[in-house]
Ligand binder design. Structure first.
Ligand code: CP
Length: 301
């Protein structure tokens, strides 16, 4: 494993090994135990798009392991504004650090970066493409919450067209014999390039209520306003789904709701205190999972 551009870069054995290590690292992630596994190592976080969880949890993970971080969250404060290409920028940054986390609005940006970088490139989200480390923490959360990954029924709801997290997660869950329910407005359906690769059973739906009672996990996504070429198209689907605690009366008692966050209005705050809400624990899980990945990529033996 050198770069992590797509979840396809990790086989099932590597994924399970990372999740096991993430579990062992929980006390370090919570600050209850110390580690200097990455002492002297530097992580670059290059974020050409906004982020709260991905950037800060990577930085927390690195620092909890004794390493340090450099980087930017605002590309307009970098030479990007003077017209520097992504390739040139990554060539420089890869010389300044031991690994680079890149978030970029353009699909394929992380792949391009991996072709010019001497150090591991970790895709922190490339346009509507992939978000592989989100997938690792999603899998970790499902395993923690449900107790297993195999043979589950997982619904994915919302913006399945532009939501990169559901692209990566569908590919990953397909290795665990998962039945997938894709629930979205027709215009935001899961792209063919994802469904064509699935080997297990999957189905498409426009309404949640008809399948809610079957699900072990409901993975909710925000409608990605920033990815719509025409804002009028966004307005036609905005607010298509709103989950509230009353609706969840139709769910299995152990069903868990995940969301990569941020949410806008697709999950009402009255869901937050129900037994179904796992999304804030999911966001925390970004730290142990990213610690495990950083150890694997740059921690040596
Ligand atoms: N889940 C996620 O990628 O969140 P951020 O956009 O805040 O990083």
């Amino acid at each position: 494993m050198k770069h992590v551009v797509s979840i396809e870069d990790l086989d099932k054995k590597s994924i399970m090994s990372l999740l096991k290590r993430a579990s062992e690292l929980l006390p370090v992630a919570k600050g209850k135990k110390k580690s200097d596994k990455l002492k002297g190592k530097i992580l670059s976080t290059c974020f050409f798009e906004p982020s709260t969880r991905t950037r800060l949890s990577f930085e927390s993970a690195m620092q909890r392991l004794g390493g340090s971080c450099i980087g930017f969250a605002d590309p307009s404060a970098t030479s990007h504004l003077k017209g520097e290409t992504l390739s040139d920028a990554i060539r420089m940054v890869s010389g300044y650090s031991d690994a680079v986390v890149l978030r970029h609005p353009r699909e394929g940006a992380a792949m391009l970066a991996s072709e010019v970088s001497d150090v591991p490139i970790i895709n922190g989200g490339d346009g509507a493409g992939q978000h592989p480390t989100q997938t690792l923490l999603d899998l970790f959360t499902i395993k923690e919450e449900i107790g297993k990954l195999e043979n589950l029924k997982v619904g994915m709801l919302g913006d399945l067209r532009y939501g990169r997290t559901v692209h990566s997660l569908s590919q990953a869950l397909d290795r665990f014999n998962t039945k997938l329910y894709f629930i979205s407005p027709e215009s935001l359906a899961m792209p063919d390039h994802v469904t064509d690769e699935l080997t297990n059973d999957w189905s498409t739906h426009q309404d949640l209520e008809s399948v809610l009672g079957e699900l072990d996990v409901l993975y909710v996504t925000r409608i990605q306003k920033e990815r719509f070429p025409d804002v009028e198209d966004y307005k036609r689907v905005a607010g298509a789904y709103r989950i509230n605690s009353e609706l969840l009366n139709g769910a299995k008692p152990k069903m868990r709701i995940l969301h990569p966050l941020p949410r806008v209005d697709e999950i009402s705050t009255d869901v937050d205190n129900t037994k179904h809400a796992a999304y804030f624990r999911q966001a925390f899980n970004g730290i142990p999972v990213r610690m495990a990945l950083l150890e694997k990529l740059i921690g040596g033996k």
